[in-house]
Design a protein around this ligand. Structure first.
Ligand SMILES: *Cc1c(COP(=O)(O)O)cnc(C)c1O
Length: 397
Protein backbone atom coordinates (compact mmCIF):
# COMPACT_ATOMS: atom_id res chain seq x y z
CA UNK A 1 0.00 0.00 0.00
CA UNK A 2 1.30 3.40 -0.95
CA UNK A 3 1.05 5.99 1.79
CA UNK A 4 2.01 9.64 1.93
CA UNK A 5 4.99 11.03 3.80
CA UNK A 6 4.35 12.33 7.30
CA UNK A 7 3.71 16.03 7.49
CA UNK A 8 3.25 16.61 3.79
CA UNK A 9 0.43 19.09 3.13
CA UNK A 10 -0.51 16.90 0.22
CA UNK A 11 -1.27 14.06 2.63
CA UNK A 12 -4.95 14.48 1.82
CA UNK A 13 -4.53 13.58 -1.80
CA UNK A 14 -1.85 10.98 -2.09
CA UNK A 15 -3.56 7.92 -0.62
CA UNK A 16 -6.01 8.10 -3.48
CA UNK A 17 -3.26 6.83 -5.75
CA UNK A 18 -3.89 3.41 -4.26
CA UNK A 19 -5.33 1.50 -7.24
CA UNK A 20 -8.06 -0.16 -5.19
CA UNK A 21 -9.09 3.11 -3.47
CA UNK A 22 -12.60 3.01 -4.97
CA UNK A 23 -13.13 -0.66 -4.04
CA UNK A 24 -15.24 -0.73 -0.87
CA UNK A 25 -13.88 -4.12 0.13
CA UNK A 26 -10.35 -2.70 0.04
CA UNK A 27 -11.41 0.26 2.19
CA UNK A 28 -12.94 -1.99 4.81
CA UNK A 29 -10.14 -4.55 4.75
CA UNK A 30 -7.61 -1.77 5.26
CA UNK A 31 -9.20 0.16 8.10
CA UNK A 32 -6.67 2.06 10.17
CA UNK A 33 -6.45 0.82 13.72
CA UNK A 34 -3.04 1.87 15.01
CA UNK A 35 -1.35 5.13 15.83
CA UNK A 36 1.42 4.44 13.29
CA UNK A 37 -1.03 3.89 10.47
CA UNK A 38 -2.90 7.08 11.27
CA UNK A 39 0.35 9.02 11.58
CA UNK A 40 0.84 8.55 7.86
CA UNK A 41 -2.28 10.65 7.27
CA UNK A 42 -2.09 13.40 9.90
CA UNK A 43 0.37 15.02 12.28
CA UNK A 44 -0.97 13.52 15.48
CA UNK A 45 -1.05 15.81 18.50
CA UNK A 46 0.32 14.68 21.85
CA UNK A 47 -3.25 14.47 23.15
CA UNK A 48 -4.30 12.23 20.27
CA UNK A 49 -1.30 9.95 20.83
CA UNK A 50 -2.23 9.73 24.50
CA UNK A 51 -5.81 8.92 23.51
CA UNK A 52 -4.58 6.09 21.33
CA UNK A 53 -2.45 4.76 24.16
CA UNK A 54 -5.46 4.30 26.42
CA UNK A 55 -8.01 3.43 23.74
CA UNK A 56 -7.32 -0.29 23.75
CA UNK A 57 -8.97 -0.70 27.12
CA UNK A 58 -11.93 1.51 26.15
CA UNK A 59 -13.41 1.08 22.72
CA UNK A 60 -11.75 -0.05 19.54
CA UNK A 61 -10.44 2.30 16.89
CA UNK A 62 -11.21 1.77 13.21
CA UNK A 63 -11.16 4.30 10.38
CA UNK A 64 -11.43 3.70 6.64
CA UNK A 65 -8.55 5.14 4.61
CA UNK A 66 -11.15 7.23 2.77
CA UNK A 67 -12.43 8.82 6.01
CA UNK A 68 -8.87 9.36 7.23
CA UNK A 69 -8.11 11.16 3.98
CA UNK A 70 -10.73 13.77 4.91
CA UNK A 71 -8.88 14.67 8.09
CA UNK A 72 -7.16 18.02 8.39
CA UNK A 73 -3.53 16.91 8.44
CA UNK A 74 -2.50 19.78 10.71
CA UNK A 75 -5.34 20.78 13.03
CA UNK A 76 -6.42 18.31 15.70
CA UNK A 77 -9.65 20.34 16.14
CA UNK A 78 -10.77 18.89 12.79
CA UNK A 79 -14.32 17.49 13.16
CA UNK A 80 -13.35 14.31 11.32
CA UNK A 81 -10.44 13.73 13.67
CA UNK A 82 -12.55 14.40 16.74
CA UNK A 83 -15.14 11.81 15.71
CA UNK A 84 -12.62 9.09 14.90
CA UNK A 85 -9.53 9.50 17.07
CA UNK A 86 -9.83 8.51 20.74
CA UNK A 87 -9.26 11.05 23.51
CA UNK A 88 -7.98 10.39 27.02
CA UNK A 89 -11.23 11.98 28.23
CA UNK A 90 -12.88 8.68 27.27
CA UNK A 91 -11.33 7.32 30.45
CA UNK A 92 -13.29 9.74 32.62
CA UNK A 93 -16.40 7.89 33.57
CA UNK A 94 -19.25 9.57 35.41
CA UNK A 95 -21.59 7.67 37.67
CA UNK A 96 -24.64 8.62 35.61
CA UNK A 97 -23.11 7.28 32.43
CA UNK A 98 -24.28 3.91 31.30
CA UNK A 99 -23.05 0.93 29.41
CA UNK A 100 -26.54 0.59 27.95
CA UNK A 101 -27.79 4.21 28.00
CA UNK A 102 -31.05 3.53 26.19
CA UNK A 103 -32.10 0.50 28.21
CA UNK A 104 -31.99 -1.72 25.16
CA UNK A 105 -30.81 -4.89 26.84
CA UNK A 106 -34.08 -5.08 28.76
CA UNK A 107 -36.20 -4.85 25.60
CA UNK A 108 -34.68 -7.73 23.77
CA UNK A 109 -37.42 -10.32 23.08
CA UNK A 110 -35.25 -12.22 20.58
CA UNK A 111 -31.53 -12.24 19.85
CA UNK A 112 -30.68 -9.10 17.87
CA UNK A 113 -34.17 -7.57 18.17
CA UNK A 114 -34.93 -4.52 20.32
CA UNK A 115 -38.65 -3.90 20.68
CA UNK A 116 -39.31 -0.70 22.59
CA UNK A 117 -42.06 1.16 20.71
CA UNK A 118 -45.50 -0.34 19.94
CA UNK A 119 -45.18 -0.84 16.18
CA UNK A 120 -41.51 -0.95 15.26
CA UNK A 121 -38.29 -2.78 16.10
CA UNK A 122 -34.56 -2.47 15.74
CA UNK A 123 -32.95 -5.50 14.13
CA UNK A 124 -29.21 -5.60 14.87
CA UNK A 125 -27.83 -7.64 12.01
CA UNK A 126 -24.07 -7.01 12.22
CA UNK A 127 -21.69 -6.01 14.99
CA UNK A 128 -19.06 -4.25 12.87
CA UNK A 129 -18.89 -0.71 11.50
CA UNK A 130 -16.99 1.25 8.87
CA UNK A 131 -15.92 3.57 11.66
CA UNK A 132 -15.95 3.27 15.42
CA UNK A 133 -17.36 6.69 16.30
CA UNK A 134 -16.00 8.09 19.55
CA UNK A 135 -19.58 9.01 20.47
CA UNK A 136 -21.00 5.53 19.72
CA UNK A 137 -24.01 4.72 21.93
CA UNK A 138 -23.88 1.02 21.19
CA UNK A 139 -20.23 0.51 22.01
CA UNK A 140 -21.18 -2.38 24.27
CA UNK A 141 -22.29 -4.30 21.19
CA UNK A 142 -20.19 -3.23 18.23
CA UNK A 143 -16.71 -4.23 17.30
CA UNK A 144 -16.77 -7.24 19.61
CA UNK A 145 -16.12 -10.86 18.85
CA UNK A 146 -19.69 -12.07 19.02
CA UNK A 147 -21.34 -11.26 15.70
CA UNK A 148 -24.99 -12.28 15.36
CA UNK A 149 -25.11 -15.86 14.11
CA UNK A 150 -27.42 -17.18 11.43
CA UNK A 151 -29.45 -18.76 14.24
CA UNK A 152 -29.73 -15.34 15.95
CA UNK A 153 -30.99 -13.75 12.76
CA UNK A 154 -33.46 -16.58 12.19
CA UNK A 155 -34.76 -16.13 15.73
CA UNK A 156 -35.09 -12.39 15.10
CA UNK A 157 -36.99 -13.01 11.86
CA UNK A 158 -39.25 -15.50 13.63
CA UNK A 159 -40.07 -12.96 16.34
CA UNK A 160 -40.89 -10.29 13.74
CA UNK A 161 -43.01 -12.75 11.74
CA UNK A 162 -45.09 -13.80 14.73
CA UNK A 163 -45.50 -10.29 16.19
CA UNK A 164 -48.19 -8.75 14.06
CA UNK A 165 -48.06 -5.32 15.66
CA UNK A 166 -44.66 -4.71 14.01
CA UNK A 167 -45.16 -2.47 10.99
CA UNK A 168 -41.60 -1.21 10.63
CA UNK A 169 -38.21 -2.89 10.91
CA UNK A 170 -35.10 -0.81 11.31
CA UNK A 171 -31.93 -2.65 10.34
CA UNK A 172 -29.04 -1.42 12.40
CA UNK A 173 -26.02 -2.83 14.15
CA UNK A 174 -23.20 -2.32 13.57
CA UNK A 175 -23.62 -1.21 10.01
CA UNK A 176 -26.00 -3.35 7.92
CA UNK A 177 -24.33 -2.28 4.66
CA UNK A 178 -21.25 -4.23 5.76
CA UNK A 179 -23.18 -7.38 4.92
CA UNK A 180 -22.48 -8.66 1.44
CA UNK A 181 -25.02 -7.39 -1.06
CA UNK A 182 -26.29 -10.94 -1.54
CA UNK A 183 -26.85 -11.51 2.16
CA UNK A 184 -28.50 -8.14 2.63
CA UNK A 185 -30.76 -8.78 -0.36
CA UNK A 186 -31.73 -12.13 1.14
CA UNK A 187 -32.48 -10.64 4.55
CA UNK A 188 -34.56 -7.83 3.06
CA UNK A 189 -36.45 -10.40 0.98
CA UNK A 190 -37.24 -12.39 4.13
CA UNK A 191 -38.55 -9.26 5.87
CA UNK A 192 -40.58 -8.26 2.81
CA UNK A 193 -42.23 -11.66 2.82
CA UNK A 194 -43.76 -10.89 6.24
CA UNK A 195 -47.18 -9.43 5.40
CA UNK A 196 -47.49 -7.06 8.37
CA UNK A 197 -44.06 -5.45 7.84
CA UNK A 198 -45.01 -2.32 5.92
CA UNK A 199 -41.78 -0.35 5.86
CA UNK A 200 -38.11 -1.22 6.22
CA UNK A 201 -35.39 1.19 7.27
CA UNK A 202 -31.62 0.86 7.22
CA UNK A 203 -29.38 2.91 9.48
CA UNK A 204 -25.89 3.22 8.00
CA UNK A 205 -22.83 5.42 8.16
CA UNK A 206 -21.24 3.98 5.04
CA UNK A 207 -22.28 6.88 2.76
CA UNK A 208 -20.15 9.00 5.14
CA UNK A 209 -17.14 6.79 5.76
CA UNK A 210 -17.12 4.52 2.70
CA UNK A 211 -19.25 6.04 -0.06
CA UNK A 212 -17.83 3.55 -2.57
CA UNK A 213 -20.04 0.91 -0.90
CA UNK A 214 -23.07 2.56 -2.54
CA UNK A 215 -22.47 0.97 -5.93
CA UNK A 216 -24.86 0.01 -8.72
CA UNK A 217 -25.09 -3.57 -7.53
CA UNK A 218 -26.20 -2.47 -4.06
CA UNK A 219 -28.74 0.02 -5.40
CA UNK A 220 -30.19 -2.59 -7.75
CA UNK A 221 -30.59 -4.99 -4.82
CA UNK A 222 -32.11 -2.40 -2.48
CA UNK A 223 -34.67 -1.06 -4.91
CA UNK A 224 -36.41 -4.45 -5.03
CA UNK A 225 -37.57 -4.03 -1.43
CA UNK A 226 -39.57 -0.81 -1.41
CA UNK A 227 -40.87 0.93 0.61
CA UNK A 228 -37.32 1.10 1.92
CA UNK A 229 -35.82 4.10 3.70
CA UNK A 230 -32.22 4.85 4.64
CA UNK A 231 -31.05 7.04 7.46
CA UNK A 232 -27.42 7.99 7.42
CA UNK A 233 -25.28 9.91 9.89
CA UNK A 234 -23.40 12.99 8.69
CA UNK A 235 -22.28 15.28 11.49
CA UNK A 236 -20.26 17.91 9.65
CA UNK A 237 -20.30 19.55 6.22
CA UNK A 238 -16.69 18.43 5.70
CA UNK A 239 -18.06 14.89 5.34
CA UNK A 240 -20.18 15.85 2.33
CA UNK A 241 -17.48 15.28 -0.27
CA UNK A 242 -18.36 14.84 -3.95
CA UNK A 243 -18.11 11.05 -3.41
CA UNK A 244 -20.43 11.13 -0.40
CA UNK A 245 -22.94 13.35 -2.21
CA UNK A 246 -22.88 10.98 -5.18
CA UNK A 247 -23.52 8.01 -2.84
CA UNK A 248 -26.60 9.74 -1.40
CA UNK A 249 -27.84 10.72 -4.84
CA UNK A 250 -27.48 7.16 -6.07
CA UNK A 251 -29.68 5.92 -3.24
CA UNK A 252 -32.26 8.61 -3.89
CA UNK A 253 -32.19 7.82 -7.60
CA UNK A 254 -32.96 4.21 -6.66
CA UNK A 255 -36.16 5.54 -5.09
CA UNK A 256 -34.92 5.39 -1.51
CA UNK A 257 -35.73 8.44 0.59
CA UNK A 258 -32.55 9.25 2.52
CA UNK A 259 -32.65 10.96 5.91
CA UNK A 260 -29.89 12.05 8.25
CA UNK A 261 -29.52 11.48 11.97
CA UNK A 262 -26.89 13.87 13.29
CA UNK A 263 -25.56 13.91 16.83
CA UNK A 264 -24.81 17.23 18.46
CA UNK A 265 -21.16 16.95 19.49
CA UNK A 266 -19.34 19.53 21.58
CA UNK A 267 -16.60 21.20 19.56
CA UNK A 268 -17.42 19.14 16.47
CA UNK A 269 -20.65 20.68 15.22
CA UNK A 270 -21.98 22.65 18.22
CA UNK A 271 -22.17 26.01 16.45
CA UNK A 272 -24.81 27.77 14.39
CA UNK A 273 -22.40 28.09 11.50
CA UNK A 274 -21.53 24.41 11.50
CA UNK A 275 -25.13 23.15 11.79
CA UNK A 276 -26.49 25.50 9.13
CA UNK A 277 -23.76 24.47 6.70
CA UNK A 278 -24.38 20.77 7.42
CA UNK A 279 -28.15 20.89 6.98
CA UNK A 280 -27.99 23.02 3.84
CA UNK A 281 -25.43 20.71 2.26
CA UNK A 282 -27.55 17.66 3.14
CA UNK A 283 -30.61 19.16 1.49
CA UNK A 284 -28.58 19.95 -1.65
CA UNK A 285 -27.59 16.27 -1.70
CA UNK A 286 -31.34 15.44 -1.47
CA UNK A 287 -30.94 14.12 2.06
CA UNK A 288 -33.63 15.20 4.54
CA UNK A 289 -32.28 16.06 8.01
CA UNK A 290 -34.43 13.81 10.23
CA UNK A 291 -33.09 13.95 13.77
CA UNK A 292 -30.56 16.07 15.62
CA UNK A 293 -29.75 14.10 18.75
CA UNK A 294 -28.68 15.43 22.07
CA UNK A 295 -25.74 13.16 23.02
CA UNK A 296 -26.65 9.98 24.88
CA UNK A 297 -25.18 9.34 28.33
CA UNK A 298 -22.78 6.65 27.14
CA UNK A 299 -19.73 5.71 29.17
CA UNK A 300 -16.72 7.82 28.23
CA UNK A 301 -18.52 10.44 26.10
CA UNK A 302 -19.19 13.22 28.61
CA UNK A 303 -16.60 15.45 26.92
CA UNK A 304 -18.55 15.28 23.66
CA UNK A 305 -21.92 16.28 25.09
CA UNK A 306 -23.46 19.77 25.04
CA UNK A 307 -25.79 21.25 27.67
CA UNK A 308 -29.43 20.90 26.60
CA UNK A 309 -29.86 24.71 26.78
CA UNK A 310 -27.09 24.98 24.18
CA UNK A 311 -28.92 22.54 21.92
CA UNK A 312 -32.06 24.65 22.24
CA UNK A 313 -30.21 27.92 21.59
CA UNK A 314 -28.69 26.40 18.47
CA UNK A 315 -32.08 25.18 17.31
CA UNK A 316 -33.50 28.70 17.76
CA UNK A 317 -30.93 29.95 15.27
CA UNK A 318 -32.08 27.45 12.65
CA UNK A 319 -35.89 27.54 12.60
CA UNK A 320 -37.05 30.55 10.58
CA UNK A 321 -33.62 31.36 9.21
CA UNK A 322 -33.39 28.54 6.72
CA UNK A 323 -35.51 26.24 4.54
CA UNK A 324 -37.79 24.34 6.92
CA UNK A 325 -37.01 21.15 4.97
CA UNK A 326 -33.45 21.42 6.24
CA UNK A 327 -34.42 21.47 9.91
CA UNK A 328 -34.36 18.18 11.82
CA UNK A 329 -36.31 17.33 14.95
CA UNK A 330 -34.23 18.02 18.03
CA UNK A 331 -34.57 15.00 20.30
CA UNK A 332 -33.09 13.41 23.36
CA UNK A 333 -33.14 9.63 23.72
CA UNK A 334 -34.16 9.26 27.34
CA UNK A 335 -31.85 7.15 29.54
CA UNK A 336 -33.15 3.80 30.68
CA UNK A 337 -35.31 3.22 27.63
CA UNK A 338 -37.60 6.24 27.86
CA UNK A 339 -37.40 6.66 24.11
CA UNK A 340 -36.93 9.71 21.90
CA UNK A 341 -38.37 12.90 23.32
CA UNK A 342 -38.46 16.24 21.45
CA UNK A 343 -36.54 18.98 23.27
CA UNK A 344 -37.38 21.75 20.82
CA UNK A 345 -37.49 25.09 22.67
CA UNK A 346 -40.91 26.34 23.66
CA UNK A 347 -42.48 28.82 21.25
CA UNK A 348 -45.78 29.03 23.15
CA UNK A 349 -46.03 31.89 25.67
CA UNK A 350 -49.57 31.18 26.86
CA UNK A 351 -52.49 28.99 25.85
CA UNK A 352 -56.14 28.94 26.84
CA UNK A 353 -59.51 28.23 25.22
CA UNK A 354 -59.65 31.70 23.68
CA UNK A 355 -56.17 32.27 22.33
CA UNK A 356 -52.63 31.06 22.05
CA UNK A 357 -49.77 33.52 22.27
CA UNK A 358 -46.72 32.38 20.35
CA UNK A 359 -43.30 33.90 20.00
CA UNK A 360 -41.85 33.69 16.50
CA UNK A 361 -38.20 33.22 15.54
CA UNK A 362 -37.65 37.01 15.62
CA UNK A 363 -38.95 37.20 19.19
CA UNK A 364 -42.22 38.83 18.12
CA UNK A 365 -45.32 37.85 20.17
CA UNK A 366 -48.39 37.00 18.12
CA UNK A 367 -51.89 36.00 19.27
CA UNK A 368 -53.64 33.11 17.56
CA UNK A 369 -57.41 33.02 18.20
CA UNK A 370 -58.80 29.56 19.00
CA UNK A 371 -61.80 28.25 17.01
CA UNK A 372 -65.27 28.37 18.55
CA UNK A 373 -66.04 24.66 18.13
CA UNK A 374 -63.92 22.30 20.22
CA UNK A 375 -65.23 18.86 19.21
CA UNK A 376 -62.90 17.44 16.54
CA UNK A 377 -64.48 14.03 15.90
CA UNK A 378 -64.00 12.82 12.31
CA UNK A 379 -67.40 11.37 11.47
CA UNK A 380 -66.00 9.56 8.43
CA UNK A 381 -63.67 7.46 10.64
CA UNK A 382 -66.64 5.44 11.79
CA UNK A 383 -67.71 4.75 8.21
CA UNK A 384 -64.34 3.99 6.74
CA UNK A 385 -62.47 2.15 9.46
CA UNK A 386 -65.16 0.46 11.50
CA UNK A 387 -63.82 -3.05 10.86
CA UNK A 388 -60.09 -2.24 11.20
CA UNK A 389 -58.48 -3.58 14.37
CA UNK A 390 -57.49 -0.78 16.73
CA UNK A 391 -53.80 -0.01 17.16
CA UNK A 392 -52.18 -1.78 20.06
CA UNK A 393 -50.49 1.14 21.80
CA UNK A 394 -49.46 -0.79 24.88
CA UNK A 395 -45.79 -1.37 25.67
CA UNK A 396 -44.32 -4.41 23.93
CA UNK A 397 -44.03 -7.40 26.26
C1 LIG B 1 -34.83 5.21 17.45
C2 LIG B 1 -35.49 3.93 17.63
C3 LIG B 1 -36.50 3.51 16.77
C4 LIG B 1 -37.00 4.37 15.63
O1 LIG B 1 -37.57 5.54 16.12
P1 LIG B 1 -38.29 6.57 15.12
O2 LIG B 1 -38.64 7.73 15.97
O3 LIG B 1 -39.48 5.86 14.55
O4 LIG B 1 -37.30 6.91 14.04
C5 LIG B 1 -37.09 2.29 17.00
N1 LIG B 1 -36.71 1.51 18.03
C6 LIG B 1 -35.74 1.89 18.89
C7 LIG B 1 -35.38 0.98 20.00
C8 LIG B 1 -35.09 3.11 18.71
O5 LIG B 1 -34.13 3.46 19.55
Amino acid sequence: MHLPVLGARSAVREPREEPRWTDWRWQLANMLTTVDELATYVQLSEAERAGFAVSKTLFRVGITPYYASLMDPVHASCPIRMQAIPATAEMTIREEELRDPLGEDARNPAPSVIHKYPDRVLFLVVDRCGIYCRHCNRRRLVGGDEPPTTADLEAGLAYIAKTRRIRDVLLSGGDPLLLSTRRLDYLLGRLRAIPHVETIRIGTRLPVVCPMRIDDELCAALRKHHPLFINTHFNHVKELTPEAVRACERLVDAGIPVGNQAVLLRGVNSSVRSLRALFRALLRARVKPYYLFQGDTVIGTDHLRTPVETAQELYRQLRGYMNGMAIPQLVLDAPGGGGKVPIVPNYIESLDEREVVVRNYRGLQVSYPQPTERDCTVAYDAVQFADEPADDDSDPA
